[in-house]
Each structure stands twice: as structure tokens, then as C-alpha cells.
Design a protein around this ligand. Structure first.
Ligand code: AMP
Length: 395
């Protein structure tokens, strides 16, 4: 990709608007439960502050209703944590679209950009106002790069100067390197709740990868496609044909798509539900499949062991509950022990990697979920596309 990068620009004395992805998860007491995305955003912010720029940081958080201020979607806890990490106070600006006060060498966090009408519609008027705030726009939000929103796409169209931040540059270079000519066999793992949210990536990966491991509710739909009784498990019956097409595609190319032969199930979906190991042909109508069993995991471990490249997004089971975490834990361990190049991405995957203590053993962890998957599919990410267009114009 040929966009300008932050180190090519002189920021001294300039108003710099940094679009970061500070969309972090929160726990029960509205405490930040994982600050990976905030930490990953620090290099761009530190660089701009230390260059003597007046720095405005812009991000979304969740999906608030546009046009109103909603406390539960406020970035205030992020501003507090950011201040601690940077060792300097980062105040939050609630109404900022028409201008913000910030001194050179300091930073301010702009309140959740999705509270503005027109953000998700990529409204031109809003994008121009955002562009007007700054001399330089820095897009460092790889996690939001697959969305053409005013704060990711429109603003870059109108800003006087724009470039990619260090996180975007690092993500793009790591993913490109791993996927341009991947060491073989290439094994992809796509888990999670629903086929519908990951259907295009499954269809695309079926053409590219040597072996495909599907997990979670996705695997349940694939089991249905194989004619298995899955009882009351989460699945999408209307996507059985698509699942069949993915299986046929992989198998016609000589690849494997291992489906679970033993599983862990329960009759209620609950943190305290008792997990029962069963073979797939023993599933009753009131059983819900919530994890892969140990025999299936040892088959999967063999595939991972032989892999030259491993790409992972999404858990194999309900890993948040310990009794259904075994499959995802074993998968994490296999990937950690593998000699192949491993790439993992997505919020739940990062949470799993952290929970099972293998963060340091994965070669590259992408902060992004949707953008990571769309990049793997080979799609052009609109926000990066705009940075490239601007780089060509200003050559
Ligand atoms: P996604 O957002 O699509 O990546 O899905 C992640 C969620 O899928 C996690 O919260 C898991 O608990 C959930 N999940 C994984 N396996 C299952 C399953 N077999 N049944 C229901 N939910 C599942």
C-alpha cells in the first residue's frame, strides 16, 4: 500500500487530528477490561505530542444513538486511562465539531465520534468540519478501516494533509507479508457465534487455504449441513447450503475441514451449567453444543502442528465459561507451540489469547476484528483506499 506515513510529515506547531481505535471492552463495574487497543494507539499519540503539535484524538466507542450525548458510551474512562499511560492529563472535549482548545505539546480526547449525526453515513458536511479542525489528519485506526465513516474516510478526503499512523502501517505490513506468499500449508480457523457475520470470509478462505477449521456456532451450522442432529445448539438453518458449498470447495481441493466428533454440551446456557462430554451422534434434542471435545482437539492439534501459516479469528466454544473453554484453550496452546507463522485478530480472539496466556507466542496479533477479516478476504479497506488516493494526488 502506498500511503504517506507519520514519520514523513513535520508536525511541529501544527494542529494534528489522530483517528485512533479506542473501542475497548468494559467489565461489570464499567471498568476497562482490556486496554490492548489503547496501548496500541500510544505510539502515534506520543509522536504527535513530542513533535510539539496540538493533538486531538478521535475515536468511536460502541454503537451509541447519533445526535444525543449518552453517558454509557462516553470515552471519559478512556481519557482517564490514557492520561495514566501517557503520564500527562488528557482532558475530554464533549462538543468539539466546531473547534477545540488545545495547546502545542498537549492532547485532548474528543468525545465518541459516533454521537455525531452523520458519522456512520460518512456525511460530507461533518467530514469537512472534522477536516477543518486540523492541519494534518492521521488515520491510526486499523480496526475501523473497513468502515467508510466521516471520521475514517470523509475527513481524509478533505484534510489539508493526511497520512497513516504507525499502527495502521504496522498492521498492513504484517498482514501483507504473511498473506502475500504464505508458508504452506495455510490453515485458517474461523470460530464465533454466527455464519452470517463471517460468510463472505468463509467463502473466500475456502478458495485460498489448505485446511479450514470452523468453530462455535459456525461449526454447528456446518454439522447441520452434514446431516447431524445438533439439538438446541446455536445455528443458522437457512445457511446450511452455503456451509455445504464451503465444505465442497475445501474438499475438492484436497483440504480438510474437521468437524467435531466429540463435544461438550449442556441443556441450559449459563455460567454454572454443567458441561457434559458426548459424541456427536449422542446429542439429544435439548442439548446445546457449547465446545469441542478432547478427541476432536487432538485431531486439530495435528493439523496445526503441520501448518506453515496459521490465521485465527473467533473462539471454538463459549470460552468465557471455564467448563466450555477447553477447545479454545487447547487451540491456543497448539498455535503457541507451532513452528508456523501465526496471526490472530479480533476482540474475542485477543481476549482468549490473553486468558490462556499465549500472547507472546503468537507471531502477530491484530487489534482489528472486521477489518482483519476483510483484509484477509483481499477486500480494499475504504479508509486506507482514501489515504492512498490522497498520497497519489499530492505526489
Ligand atoms: P463472534 O462475535 O461471532 O466472534 O462470536 C464470539 C462469541 O461466540 C463468544 O462470545 C462465544 O461465547 C460465542 N460462542 C462460541 N461458541 C459458541 C457456541 N457453540 N454456542 C453459542 N455461542 C458460542
Amino acid at each position: 500500500m502506498k500511503f504517506k506515513t507519520l514519520d514523513e510529515l513535520n508536525l511541529t506547531g501544527k494542529r494534528v487530528l489522530v483517528r485512533s481505535d479506542l473501542n475497548v471492552p468494559f467489565g461489570d463495574n464499567h471498568e476497562i477490561s482490556d486496554d490492548t487497543r489503547i496501548k496500541a494507539s500510544l505510539p502515534a499519540i506520543r509522536h504527535a505530542i513530542s513533535s510539539g503539535a496540538a493533538v486531538m484524538i478521535m475515536s468511536h466507542l460502541g454503537r451509541p444513538k447519533a445526535g444525543t450525548y449518552q453517558e454509557e458510551f462516553s470515552l471519559a474512562p478512556v481519557a482517564k486511562h490514557l492520561s495514566e499511560l501517557l503520564g500527562t492529563k488528557v482532558p475530554i472535549a464533549r462538543d468539539w465539531v466546531s473547534g477545540v482548545d488545545v495547546d502545542l505539546g498537549h492532547a485532548v480526547l474528543l468525545e465518541n465520534c459516533r454521537m455525531n449525526l452523520g458519522e456512520t453515513e460518512n456525511d460530507d458536511v461533518l467530514a469537512k468540519k472534522m477536516a477543518h479542525l486540523c492541519d494534518v489528519f492521521v488515520n491510526d485506526a486499523f480496526g475501523a478501516a473497513h468502515r467508510a465513516h466521516a471520521s475514517t474516510h470523509g475527513v481524509a478526503k478533505y484534510a489539508e494533509e493526511c497520512c497513516a499512523g504507525p499502527l495502521v502501517a504496522k498492521e498492513v505490513s504484517a498482514l501483507t507479508k504473511a498473506l502475500a506468499s504464505p508458508a504452506k500449508p495455510l490453515v485458517a480457523i474461523v470460530g464465533g457465534a454466527k455464519v452470517s457475520t463471517k460468510l463472505t470470509i468463509l467463502l473466500e478462505l475456502a478458495k485460498k487455504v489448505d485446511h479450514l477449521i470452523v468453530g462455535g456456532g459456525i461449526a454447528n451450522t456446518f454439522l447441520l449441513a452434514k446431516g447431524k442432529n445438533i439439538g438446541g445448539s446455536l445455528a443458522e438453518k437457512d445457511l446450511v447450503q452455503e456451509a455445504r458449498a464451503v465444505i465442497d470447495q475445501i474438499e475438492s481441493r484436497g483440504g480438510k475441514i474437521p468437524l467435531p466428533n466429540d463435544v461438550v454440551c449442556a441443556t441450559v446456557f449459563d455460567q454454572d451449567a454443567e458441561g457434559t462430554k458426548k459424541y456427536i451422534d449422542e446429542i439429544n434434542n435439548d442439548d446445546m453444543i457449547l465446545d469441542f471435545g478432547p478427541e476432536t482437539m487432538s485431531e486439530i492439534a495435528k493439523l496445526i502442528k503441520q501448518a506453515g501459516t496459521i490465521v485465527w479469528n473467533g473462539p471454538l466454544g463459549v470460552f468465557e465459561f471455564d467448563q466450555f473453554a477447553g477447545g479454545t484453550r487447547e487451540l491456543s496452546k497448539s498455535i503457541a507451540q507451532s513452528t508456523g507463522f501465526s496471526l490472530a485478530g479480533g476482540g474475542d480472539t485477543i481476549a482468549a489469547v490473553t486468558k490462556f496466556g499465549v500472547t507472546d507466542k503468537i507471531n502477530y496479533i491484530s487489534t482489528a476484528g472486521g477489518a482483519f477479516l476483510e483484509f484477509l478476504e483481499g477486500k480494499k479497506l475504504p479508509a486506507l483506499d482514501m489515504l492512498e488516493k490522497r498520497a497519489i494526488e499530492t505526489k
